[in-house]
Design a protein around this ligand. Structure first.
Ligand SMILES: [Fe+2]
Ligand SMILES: [Fe+2]
Length: 309
């Protein structure tokens, strides 16, 4: 463990909650292609989550299973196991949207094949040779996940409070998927950072992987929006544009660019700890009433595995 642990930021104890994976049950047959009514650009900007998260969260689970032997703290081990269970469920839930999009005429597989390659090959176990290089690579990927989780907590917090999506008349099943997932991202927002602090916590690694994660996310996200807009069967010459992104932010249908710009560097503050941002109480309040989570809870025999890659 790095001696940087001495300077570790203090978590807010009241924001801690033990984690369990919740079963969910979504029925997609009634969800329209443009589930943000009359707004394909916003629909597809958010739809990119369905392209990135199945492979991305499978990758989280895959990396964290390798990290388990490095953990010397029982509560952190329990948190990481809870995190693994939740991320595996998120991956499955977003994966189940993809066949529905294909039925609506928008086949995502050309893009998801690229995303699968990105996570399974480029960020896979064999990118570096066995030995010290591969040990370094595991620590690097643990830090990358901590940086990505900073952004997923930001998005989760945003979507929990994005009342404009309700006023716009967005599809309730999609909103529930986004808010159930977003609430669990807020609920487990400290786990990846705590694991990073536990196994290394070095500031240079934090900065390096923050930059890499941000670059990769921006690259993959804008490509995903362009893919959806170009292949949407209802659009003629559909294109992604920064203007549309800013417009949707002003309307509260996407995060405002200013809020994104302020949030991103917060991760680099020496005193940063995820428990100092967002609200566990708000997340738990949503999860207690999420239609998908409560419907699955009511079923007598949940059958889905929480295992991962
Ligand atoms: Fe997730
Ligand atoms: Fe997460």
């Amino acid at each position: 463990m790095s001696n940087t642990a001495k300077a570790r930021p203090t978590p807010v104890a009241s924001e801690y909650t033990p984690l369990t994976a919740r079963n969910v049950d979504f029925e997609w047959s009634g969800t329209p292609l443009h589930w943000v009514p009359g707004d394909p650009a916003t629909t597809h900007t958010i739809n990119v989550l369905h392209l990135l998260l199945p492979a991305g969260e499978r990758w989280f689970v895959h990396v964290y299973k390798q990290a388990l032997p490095l953990i010397r703290d029982e509560r952190l081990r329990a948190d990481v196991l809870g995190f693994i269970g939740q991320e595996a469920m998120h991956s499955q839930a977003h994966d189940q949207v993809l066949p529905h999009l294909a039925r609506l005429g928008l086949d995502p597989t050309p893009y998801t094949a690229q995303v699968d390659w990105f996570f399974e090959k480029l960020l896979g176990d064999r990118t570096l040779p066995p030995g010290r290089a591969r040990d370094w690579w595991l620590l690097e990927r643990i830090a990358l996940i901590a940086a990505i989780e900073h952004y997923t907590a930001f998005l989760g917090d945003w979507v929990l409070g994005a009342d404009a999506l309700d006023r716009k008349g967005c599809d309730p099943v999609m909103l529930d998927l986004l808010r159930w997932h977003g609430a669990e991202e807020v609920e487990h927002r400290s786990v990846a950072f705590d694991l990073f602090l536990h196994v290394d916590g070095g500031y240079r690694r934090r900065v390096r992987t923050w930059g890499a994660a941000l670059t990769a996310l921006v690259f993959l996200w804008q490509r995903g929006i362009r893919f959806f807009m170009a292949n949407d069967p209802t659009l003629r010459d559909g294109k992604a544009s920064l203007r549309e992104f800013v417009r949707a932010g002003r309307q509260g249908l996407l995060p405002r660019p200013g809020a994104i710009a302020r949030s991103i560097p917060a991760y680099l503050s020496p005193g940063y700890h995820p428990s100092r941002e967002c609200s566990t109480a708000q997340a738990l309040a949503y999860l207690a009433n999420s239609p998908a989570a409560t419907a699955a809870e009511a079923k007598p025999t949940p059958t889905r595995s929480t295992g991962g890659a």
